[in-house]
Design a binder for this molecule. Structure first.
Ligand code: FAD
Ligand code: EPU
Length: 335
């Protein structure tokens, strides 16, 4: 039974029946059997193996980056198995700008459209032209347009209608040549000269100061999504506190204004910051991140996560939803 410990940045000691690697579509199709339990894996930075997995891990290693230019855009076709941060660094070297706010996010290029990765004022959907996929049911290769991806905050068609129905093989990016730097996030506003290179360096510096390095301390980044609540729910919370950090956001279905409240603040105020349960700790400088301080088990994580959800629900009436994928014995599990 191969170990999955080094295949997920959280680093739990779980196993699976087999790990199969593929670096092209043909090999993938020869390995994939829709009647068997399988799980597609990239860099494992958003996946926590909470139990031994009774199935096969299919590890995507499709590589390759090609590019062409038009007068207005750089077009890039990137293999889903390329490392995200290495790709962003290459773009900086080549002066293909736009992705600098998304530097140092772990994981693969293929996973970036799935939760529409975002950080420091940018989300990747602003730069995605199309996503190339294989439909698992038929083996047919299809190109999905940006619009068809139905991107939202930490959301896309790949988490909804197409969840577990496709292999992403390539992502096609379209980077405008006249891109304006994005510096609305607090610490980026103070940059004296906001060149793409300065933003890239600053984002890396902020991330290193706030977020634990998975190579040193197992974690999967933000464990929960930042909840988006109604104005009246927000005002109820605001009655009790002098300052509640928040951002107004447009409701994607209706035109109403809703409010995004940092889950880190809710978890902090619910008293979990720095709290430890056996091998799991709620990170002392960023309580939205749970870490594996050594020997954590799936049950420790599930218990801690469920305690946090129950406390935040009781104290604020807000339902936290996990951002991470939790994998159990037979497949994905919900909290
Ligand atoms: P995996 O964990 O391997 O997979 C994630 C999901 O995608 C799984 O459901 C998997 O089945 C599916 N999948 C993977 N590859 C494919 C494919 N080719 N085809 C079909 N399905 C596939 N995220 C952010 O948005 N912003 C951040 O700032 C951020 N910071 C982070 C910081 C740290 C320290 C860590 C550990 C994580 C952070 N994350 C962040 C989360 C994570 O990096 C992203 O979600 C990333 O895109 C996951 O990539 P991965 O390849 O590791 O995904
Ligand atoms: N906060 C506290 N207590 C703390 C720390 C933070 O109350 O101890 C509050 C502060 O009010 C702070 C706020 O939380 O202003 C937000 O913190 P931060 O700017 O660090 O970001 P976040 O909202 O917690 C989100 C993303 C991150 C992304 C950063 C930067 C989600 C779920 N998380 O975190 O993405 O890197 O913004 O843009 O949206 C990830 O998805 O894995 C991830 C790390």
């Amino acid at each position: 039974m191969p170990s999955l410990q080094s295949f997920s940045t959280f680093g739990l000691n779980a196993s699976c029946n087999a790990i199969e690697r593929f670096s092209d579509v043909q090999t993938f199709l020869s390995l994939y059997d829709k009647n068997k339990t399988t799980y597609l894996l990239g860099g494992g930075s958003n996946t926590i193996f909470a139990d031994d997995f009774n199935g096969t891990i299919l590890l995507n290693q499709i590589k390759g980056i090609s590019h062409y230019d038009t007068e207005e855009y750089h077009f890039l076709r990137v293999g889903a198995g390329e490392n995200w941060h290495e790709f962003v660094s290459l773009c900086m070297q080549e002066k293909w700008y736009g992705l600098e706010n998304l530097a140092l996010i772990p994981g693969s290029v293929g996973a970036c459209p799935i939760q529409n990765i975002g950080a420091y004022g940018r989300e990747v959907n602003a730069f995605i032209d199309t996503v190339e996929v294989v439909l698992l049911e038929t083996g047919k290769q299809v190109n999905i347009s940006n619009e068809q991806c139905e991107f939202g905050y930490r959301d896309s068609v790949f988490k909804n209608a197409l969840a577990n129905k496709v292999l992403i093989t390539h992502v096609n990016f379209k980077l405008p040549k006249n891109i304006q730097p994005e510096t609305t996030y607090g610490e980026l506003q103070a940059l004296p000269s906001p060149t793409p290179e300065a933003i890239y360096d600053k984002v890396i510096e902020i991330r290193k100061s706030k977020l634990p390095d998975p190579a040193k301390l197992g974690n999967a980044g933000s464990f929960f999504k930042n909840p988006i609540i109604s104005r009246s729910q927000f005002e109820n919370i605001a009655k009790e506190y002098e300052v509640v950090p928040h951002f107004d956001v447009k409701d994607k279905d209706r035109d109403a204004i809703k409010v995004k409240v940092p889950a880190a603040w809710l978890i902090d105020k619910a008293g979990f910051k720095g709290k430890t349960l056996n091998g799991v700790r709620c990170h002392p400088t960023q309580p939205l991140v749970l870490t594996n301080i050594g020997g954590a088990t799936g049950s420790d994580i599930l218990t801690m996560a469920r305690d946090i959800i129950a406390s935040v629900q009781e104290k604020f009436g807000v339902a936290l939803e996990p951002e991470v994928r939790l994998l159990g014995n037979k497949g994905l599990i919900s909290l």
